[in-house]
Design a protein around this ligand. Structure first.
Ligand code: ZN
Length: 136
């Protein structure tokens, strides 16, 4: 699948502002981007940790999948995102191996990345994302 590194770890939070002091003042990370992804009904905040990022996910609507996740499981780690050279190729391989796909085709995620999710039923209950930087 040409996975190069963990692109980011997604963490579901009720409120990004409330979590900033932990990430910025305690861990000493810098939030370099906050953006809302309308079609996912989520507000995201990003911190760089070396090559990997932490992505905080705050629901912007009660019917957001993040709101539902927090309702069921509370705040916490939501997904792991692997950087791959080709999301399309990674999806094809996952499909061939019989894994359940949430996205059959790559779509646009935060930061303009091409992304796709695998269903946690096929991945030991870890919601798994593939990410590809379009310029790479
Ligand atoms: Zn993500």
């Amino acid at each position: 699948m040409d996975i190069t590194h963990i692109e980011h770890i997604g963490i579901a939070v009720r409120n990004i502002e409330e979590q900033l002091p932990y990430y910025e003042d305690v861990l000493g990370l810098k939030c370099y981007n906050i953006e809302t992804v309308e079609d996912q009904k989520v507000k995201t905040a990003f911190f760089k940790v070396g090559q990997t990022k932490i992505e905080l996910l705050e629901p912007t609507s009660e019917d957001s999948t993040i709101a539902k996740f927090i309702e069921r499981r509370g705040e916490g780690v939501h997904h792991i995102a692997y950087a791959t050279k080709s999301v399309k190729a990674a999806l094809k391989k996952a499909d061939e191996k019989g894994l359940r796909l949430i996205d059959k085709e790559p779509r646009k995620g935060a930061e303009g990345l091409n992304i796709a999710f695998l269903h946690p039923k096929s991945t030991g209950s870890v919601l798994t994302e593939f990410c590809e930087h379009p310029e790479e």
